[in-house]
Design a protein around this ligand. Structure first.
Ligand SMILES: *Cc1c(COP(=O)(O)O)cnc(C)c1O
Length: 426
């Protein structure tokens, strides 16, 4: 074994399926040996072989203030010293709930959970309980966690019946999910015209960040809101990734849209397991113990996780936080585009707030089908060349990237310089 990374990966595969606890970590898409990380500080992470990288994954989004921000670490240490968990209410949960209601006006009541998957799964159940309907709509390429009804792809032939995208999901459950094309207003209108009165909820990523990055069309967001209202369906905005990432008010604030329910995770947990769903009071009041829709969690509102989240949300409320973050992301994407152009590489990039997309095609995609036309082999080559030079990008051509407030213009410039050399030798 030449490296500790390789040794750890080899050993892990004996006791953990694929050697990882979440599939994308296995580097299957890009090939090679996944990195095992041992430390993070600010914009940097160190792998098991003590090699340093500029980190553009940020734990898939939560690390918006950088790794080990002293205010977050202190808050976690203080909370931990008071007790790791009680399974009973705490004042910190009230503080978090009040803060979420204040920052996101669409949230009148909120419940804390431990993962984005739980948040979306329960938001769907709640929408079904509230409407008394069973069917839901999602969009191809949007990811909403791994509950059965959301691991569904478009069915062939029939317009409305989805098919499981994972083994183990019963076809009967997948059939309740209709999968449509992102940004396709006509498809949405057709479906609502056909089965609008059976639809409990539409769930969507307001900026799609799990099929690389796709910016929503204005008319798509407006149609979602209008059709849900017209047909009595619950409009669920999945802001697990975009919440406190695109702006302080999330994508809903950025675009000025008002969902019925919102799901949050990632940044709001500051790196620890905290997530939430919330929204209209009349809907949220259907939840147990008030109402008949059941939901629970041993670790829900865990005091240490809530402390990390509160400390992080305190930092992102500082003046100009998102302006600064947006500038960094834009510097990166514009610099990379320019370098690619200079060396004649088919490449485009864009950003919104603190998230960005890199595409090995001439223009940013607007649909799942267009994302699929990106040159995956080119991305994989780029990924490994960057990794070799100490730049850690998401290990898949179909993931968004993230900057943090700990990144400096010098980090961005160094990243662009390295990419430029790679494009030069392309
Ligand atoms: C990450 C993500 C989820 C799932 O959250 P987990 O905490 O990984 O369960 C759901 N929706 C979106 C949009 C996400 O990006």
């Amino acid at each position: 074994m030449s490296s500790r990374n390789e040794y750890l990966f080899e050993q892990s595969q004996h006791v953990i399926p694929g050697g990882v606890n979440s599939p994308v970590r296995a580097f299957k898409s890009v090939g090679g040996t996944p990195l095992f990380f041992k430390r993070g500080q600010g914009a940097y992470v160190w792998d098991a072989d003590d090699k340093r990288y500029i980190d553009y994954v940020g734990s898939w989004g939560p690390m918006i203030v950088g790794h080990c921000h002293p205010a977050v670490v202190t808050a976690v240490q203080d909370a931990a010293a008071q007790g790791l968990g009680f399974g009973a209410p705490t004042a910190a949960e009230l503080e978090m709930a009040e803060l979420l209601c204040k920052l996101l006006p669409s949230i009148e009541m909120v419940r804390l959970v431990s993962s984005g998957t739980e948040a979306t799964m329960t938001a769907i159940r709640l929408a079904r309980g509230f409407t008394g309907r069973s069917r839901i709509i999602k969009f191809e390429g949007c990811y909403h966690g791994h509950s059965d009804g959301l691991l569904v792809k478009a069915g062939s032939g029939a317009l409305t019946f989805g098919q499981p995208s994972s083994s183990g999901v019963p076809a009967e459950i997948a059939a309740l999910t209709t999968v449509l094309d992102y940004n396709d207003v006509a498809g949405l209108e057709r479906t609502f015209a056909a089965i609008g009165n059976e639809i409990a909820a539409v769930i969507v990523e307001p900026v799609a960040g799990n099929m690389n990055l796709i910016i929503p069309k204005r008319e798509f967001l407006d149609a979602l809101r209008a059709l849900c209202t017209k047909h009595g369906a619950v409009f669920i905005l999945d802001e697990v990734m975009t919440g406190f990432r695109v702006s302080l008010q999330g994508a809903q604030g950025h675009y000025g849209i008002k969902p019925d329910l919102v799901t949050l995770g990632k940044v709001m947990g500051g790196g620890l397991p905290a997530a939430a769903f919330g929204g209209r009071r009349d809907i949220m009041q259907c939840l147990a113990p008030l109402g008949a829709v059941y939901q629970a969690g041993t670790l829900s509102g865990n005091p240490v996780a809530v402390a990390a989240g509160l400390a992080t949300l305190e930092l992102v409320q500082q003046p100009d936080f998102y302006e600064h973050l947006s500038v960094l992301a834009r510097q990166l994407t514009e610099g990379l585009e320019q370098a690619a152009k200079q060396h004649g590489v088919d490449f485009s990039a864009q950003s919104i707030g603190g998230m960005f997309g890199l595409y090995f095609r001439a223009t940013p995609p607007t649909s799942y089908a267009e994302v699929m036309t990106c040159d995956k082999e080119a991305f994989n080559r780029f990924f490994h060349a960057m990794l070799d030079q100490g730049i850690y990008m998401a290990p898949s051509a179909f993931e968004a990237g993230f900057v943090s407030s700990a990144h400096t213009s010098a980090d961005i410039a160094q990243t662009i310089a390295i990419a430029s050399k790679i494009f030069e030798a392309w």
